[in-house]
Design a protein around this ligand. Structure first.
Ligand SMILES: Cc1cc2nc3c(=O)[nH]c(=O)nc-3n(C[C@H](O)[C@H](O)[C@H](O)COP(=O)(O)O)c2cc1C
Length: 361
């Protein structure tokens, strides 16, 4: 980390994590974070689910919940970004404090509970963005919703004209009962409803927007079997593996570890990568998978791809590494292509699938 970044980090860490997050959004909005577009490298560009991604590194959902800075994030090196989770109505989320840094572990615990300004506010901002900006929309349900599936369907209809892809997030641990949508029958009902809404819109607009499903890392083998079966039975475009974990295994910061919520960052890497590989084995080689959880370097991003990911996302490690991280990872992936004489980063996909699928986590 360069001295300036380390100084900026020390400054931001004087604030509580949610205030620091707000300041980082402000800095991106006002252009205080220097633009640092990753150099185009055709070896890193891929078409996944019909979309051409300039590089495989994306900003994960939860950083830019209200679509305030998607284009700024694309200027600091990310190949794509995902806004949300957005819910139909604005909601405040859980009481503060609700984000915790586990500095020694390079981890974060959050129990935000889908705080967001609602569909209307995000839609207005997305309408002002360039059509070329590669922005996904992560949709969810309001905590007090009487019909959660209808909230996801509403997300598809509302954002259809501005989303390059959708993510149905059924894996946040902070909305009571949300993860129950991963159970087989509920998932079947959700996928049918969401994908018929997509098909309706596609017919109307003559443009098919892919839909991904974001799952938790805390699944049993049977839970993974059920999800894979439903995913294959429906016309889903891909999986995002994974959201935060409820596990607290192996943490150094035992005091903060007691906070409830979802854990992310470095300690999530092994678990989320093992679940990614197990899902890749179950769904086969064709279905796109985005790997997320604990990515902190070009090497860890490459390892997600070796475990079966087509694309990679990150959030928590940027809190520790700063905004130069995406550019650094993209450059590191180009170096890896040089070193290993790859014509495409895709050539390493699945090369460590068996290792990760068999890993005991
Ligand atoms: C503060 C915070 C808020 C998050 N909010 C969301 C969210 O609204 N929707 C979602 O799908 N994932 C959310 N996530 C999960 C991330 O998108 C990602 O799946 C997870 O943090 C693992 O990646 P990481 O270790 O790189 O952070 C959030 C994560 C953090 C740390």
């Amino acid at each position: 980390m360069n001295p300036l970044t380390s100084l900026a980090r020390r400054g931001l860490f004087l604030f509580d994590p949610e205030a620091a997050h707000g300041l980082s959004i402000k800095a991106l909005k006002t252009g205080l974070v220097p633009n640092c577009p990753a150099k185009a490298d055709k070896r890193l560009s891929q078409t996944v689910a019909g979309i051409v991604f300039p590089n495989p590194i994306g900003m994960a959902a939860g950083y830019d919940k209200n679509a305030e800075v998607p284009e700024a994030l694309l200027k600091i090196g990310f190949g794509f970004t995902e806004i949300g989770t957005v819910t139909p109505k604005p909601q405040a989320g859980n009481d503060k404090p609700r984000i915790f840094r586990l500095v020694e572990d390079e981890a974060v615990i959050n129990r935000l509970g889908f705080n967001n300004e609602g569909h209307g506010a995000a839609l207005a901002r997305l309408k002002a963005c360039s059509r070329d900006a590669l922005i996904g929309v992560n949709i969810g349900a309001n905590k007090d919703s009487a019909d959660r599936i209808a909230d996801y369907v509403g997300g598809i209809h509302t954002f259809y004209s501005v989303a390059r892809y959708f993510t149905a997030n059924i894996s946040s641990p902070n909305t009571p009962g949300l993860r129950d949508l991963q159970a087989r029958e509920s998932l079947a009902a959700l996928l049918s409803a969401v994908l018929s809404a997509r098909d309706e819109e596609a017919l109307r607009s003559n443009r098919r927007v892919p839909v991904f499903l974001k799952i938790a890392p805390d699944l049993t083998e049977e839970g993974m079997d059920d999800i894979a079966a439903e995913v294959l039975a429906h016309d889903l475009d891909g999986l995002i593996v994974s959201n935060t974990t409820l596990s607290r295994d192996g943490l150094k910061d035992q005091a903060q570890a007691k906070e409830s919520g979802g854990l992310s960052g470095k300690p999530l890497f092994d678990k989320s990568t093992a679940v990614l590989a197990r899902m890749r084995k179950r769904v086969g080689p064709k279905l796109p998978i985005i790997g997320v959880g604990g990515v902190s370097s070009a090497e860890s991003a490459a390892e997600k791809i070796r475990a079966g990911a087509d694309l990679v996302q990150l959030y928590s490690c940027m809190v520790y590494e700063g905004p130069a991280l995406p550019g650094r990872i993209v450059r590191g992936l180009s170096d890896l292509c040089d070193r290993e004489r790859l014509t495409s980063i895709r050539d390493i996909r699945d090369s460590r699938l068996d290792y990760w699928a068999g890993k005991n986590v």
